[in-house]
Design a protein around this ligand. Structure first.
Ligand code: HEC
Length: 123
């Protein structure tokens, strides 16, 4: 059987998707895990006890408009990506000493990876 190029592309895409869903990072599971963050963090741009996490992927730490960050968070000096989010969520005080997020962290590496995968979907 010979597939047309577009069908081949579709098949390749389906395969990639199949691999992806079996991958270590699972945004759907991360969305569920986000329940432990949602009391303080919105995803729609409104600040609460914590800054909104809308568009967090690639955003510089400590700059969301209207939120009063700690000095430590404002001085972090880096942007949020897979690596920095993972380190911060693993141990907030170790990653940014003196930041005031009242949250001890997520010890489970798989759950952190899922959370980060979900955070990256927030535009
Ligand atoms: C009890 C409230 C609370 C909970 C629960 C909480 N956070 Fe936070 N978070 C904060 C506060 C407050 C800050 C700001 C800290 C500062 O300014 O030092 C913050 C900051 C952050 C930042 C940096 C945001 C920025 O604009 O630079 C990220 C990312 C973040 N939290 C992610 C999470 C995730 C993911 C969870 C759940 C696993 C979570 N937080 C749970 C209150 C909370």
């Amino acid at each position: 059987m010979s597939l047309t190029p577009s069908l081949q592309l579709l098949a390749a895409g389906a395969l990639a998707l199949a691999f992806h869903s079996g991958h270590a990072q699972d945004a759907a599971a991360g969305k569920t895990a986000f329940a432990q963050c949602a009391a303080c963090h919105s995803i729609d741009g409104s600040n609460g006890a914590g800054p909104s996490l809308q568009g967090i992927d690639g955003r510089k730490a400590g700059i969301f408009p209207g939120f009063r960050y700690s000095r430590a968070m404002k001085a972090a000096g880096y942007a949020w990506d897979e690596k920095t989010l993972d380190a911060y969520l693993a141990d907030p005080q170790k990653a940014i000493p003196g930041n005031v997020m009242p949250f001890s962290g997520v010890s489970d590496a798989k759950q952190r990876a899922d959370l980060v995968a979900y955070l990256k979907t927030l535009k």
